[in-house]
Ligand binder design. Structure first.
Ligand code: DON
Length: 594
């Protein structure tokens, strides 16, 4: 990637520099908080390398924003060849599986929300992992019915669900692809076979995850062989071979034959549950995207088994009752309103959200304007309702019933908003022998038992209990917003439970506060998920704000930067993109030939 020094870069670096002391402060808080160990190590960000994004990217021919500049370049290349946003998204997904192994994957799953210009319709595909046939409700509980402390749901073979990524990408190609499938895997194969340069940020992440990535020899030999320096290119020969098989045989190359057999054998030998039967029967599902209006905009987002879309709509419906600008961005009143709104939404998530193929999710009630009005009537600025006094669904009217995000927009008018994941950073830590496939630990997104929080502190109930073939509930929120039938913005983020609140704030920053992309990305984010009853503030909170929020009654906590927004906007015939500096390799660019 060519390095460009611009005034934007200077501003960015100055801002980073100014923020350094806040980062260090955040570090000292986060070290006291074992719950956040899984997140981006903060010291990666305070080191003095510069983020890939130097300025807001602008282009007439389309835009790509991903969490790794190599994947962005691959996307631009596909668009330059005349490929569409769907082609580019497939190539990006396979490339991220190579250059961003912490989250990009073929051993995980995700969701893609799309706008297709030919049909002028929106679509969404669910390629979330599924519980294996032999999974059972209490599989992570011990004989006494308590949650197994050995972290079986987050680490090792038993933590993996049946991967969906290859099936999802295959379906998208069948429906919307314009370039040959093999062409879309070429770059990923090349980077796996011949290696790519490990960035300082990635090197820090690999070092920070030394313990996790050294437990299994297969994983260690790939990702930790250069510990502690990581100065050599990262080569993944087995992964290159697997990708070649997928390139030639398509979806079946993953779900049938040699690769499927290797996965099943490895699982059986190591106490995992995924069988060849599970793989052969995996299907990605086209689902109606959720749609709603926010002010004068049309929102298109992901429905269950992600909770993201339902709660983005629910929260925007509540917030639409206020003039947010008059409250002041990140003022105590504004944060108060956001936090109360989030508490009601996350409380509902704990009870009502799960796989719609197994549980009747009351989408209509949760996203109705009357429900939002009932909630907003009970929010009183300047005070709070204790989380213990908020129950899921309490104002529903009786009469009504490591993740990574990328966004692509092409010059034709197609748009893709895609979030996929291995769940934790580097997923389960398991690489299937001889395949280079890093497996997910998505089973932890189920509720292991009522009252037992998952690794993101999220609670769940019957709607999200484990069952064979069921998909675990997600927070991933790939979202597209249209205005007058044209793209307005597309956005999404990694960050577990914090995805939904980050996407919400990225929308509000642009729509209500009229920020440009850089400002909207820099703005500090807050998060409240009802339980635990804590208001999280990113980076730093100044004394005045702290006092005001504590006076209202909030328990405050300063956290690491936990999310990473990838947004594209379209205004006056130009695309704008910005890669979030919170993961410094993120990069938006639109260097696309006419
Ligand atoms: O689907 C979900 O909601 C989680 N598995 C996402 C995990 C995640 O975002 C971790 N990234 N930092």
């Amino acid at each position: 990637m060519e390095k460009r020094t611009t005034s934007g870069q200077k501003m960015l670096l100055t801002k980073l520099h100014q923020n350094k002391k806040f980062f260090i402060l955040a570090l000292s808080f986060s070290l006291l908080s074992p719950a956040y160990v899984y997140t981006t190590p903060i010291y990666s960000i305070i080191k003095d390398y510069s983020p890939a994004q130097k300025e807001i990217a602008k282009s007439k021919n389309g835009m790509v924003t991903t969490q790794h500049f190599i994947a962005t370049e691959v996307g631009e290349k596909i668009l330059s060849k005349g490929g569409n946003a769907f082609d580019a998204s497939i190539a990006i997904s396979f490339t991220l599986a190579v250059v961003l192994p912490r989250a990009g994957n073929i051993g995980g799953g995700g969701f893609m929300v799309m706008y297709d210009i030919d049909s002028q319709k929106s679509y969404s595909i669910d390629y979330r992992e599924k519980a294996p046939r032999l999974a059972s409700r209490d599989m992570y509980l011990d004989k006494n019915g308590s949650f197994n402390k050995q972290k079986l749901s987050t680490f090792g073979y038993l933590s993996s669900g049946v991967p969906g990524t290859v099936a999802g990408l295959w379906e998208v190609h069948q429906k919307f692809g314009s370039l040959p499938w093999e062409e879309l895997l070429e770059d990923a194969i090349n980077y796996a076979e011949n290696g790519f340069k490990v960035t300082p940020f990635m090197s820090d992440v690999l070092r920070a995850y030394n313990k996790k990535l050294s437990f299994y020899d297969e994983t260690k030999n790939i990702f930790q062989k250069d510990y502690p320096d990581f100065k050599k290119d990262l080569i993944q020969k087995d992964l290159a071979n697997t990708l070649k098989i997928i390139s030639i045989e398509g979806k079946d190359g993953f779900y049938k034959g040699e690769i499927a057999k290797k996965i099943a054998i490895s699982m059986k030998e190591n106490g995992g549950l995924i069988s060849q039967y599970d793989l052969e029967n995996y299907k990605a599902v086209w689902r109606e995207p959720l749609k709603s209006k926010y002010r004068n905009l049309e929102l298109i987002t992901m429905g269950p088994p992600s909770s993201g879309g339902v709660h983005i709509i629910q929260m925007l419906n509540i917030l639409e009752n206020y003039d947010l600008q008059s409250l002041g961005h990140n003022s105590s009143k504004y944060i108060n309103l956001l936090a109360e709104t989030m508490k009601y939404a996350y409380a509902d998530r704990s009870k009502y959200l799960g796989d719609p193929d197994f549980y009747n999710v009351p989408i209509k009630s949760l996203t109705s304007e009357s429900y939002a009005k009932n909630i907003s009537n009970n929010i009183e600025l300047g005070s709070l309702v204790e989380s213990s006094d908020i129950n899921p669904g309490m104002y529903i009217d009786n009469e009504s019933h490591e993740t990574t995000h990328f966004s692509v927009a092409d010059k034709y008018g197609n748009v893709v908003s895609s979030t996929y994941t291995l769940n934790s950073t580097f997923g389960s830590g398991v690489v299937i022998e001889g395949t280079g496939i890093l497996m997910n630990n998505e089973m932890d997104d189920f509720s292991a038992a009522p009252g037992i929080p998952n690794q993101f502190g999220l609670l769940g109930a019957k709607a999200n209990e484990i069952a064979p073939y069921k998909r675990p509930l997600s927070s991933m929120t790939p979202t597209i917003i249209m205005k007058d039938n044209e793209l307005f913005l597309t956005t999404g983020s990694p960050g577990g439970a914090r995805i939904i609140s980050a996407v919400l704030q990225s929308i509000l920053n642009i729509v209500d506060f009229e920020m440009d992309l850089e400002e909207a990305t820099f703005a500090k984010r807050i998060h409240h998920q009802w339980q635990p009853d804590v208001l999280e503030m990113e980076f730093f909170i100044d004394d005045n704000l702290k006092n005001e929020l504590q006076e209202i009654g909030y328990k405050l906590k300063v956290t690491n930067p936990l999310t990473c927004i990838q947004t594209i906007m379209y205004r006056n015939n130009s695309f704008y993109g910005y890669g979030d500096f919170r993961r410094p390799d993120a990069f938006a660019s639109g260097e696309i030939n006419d």
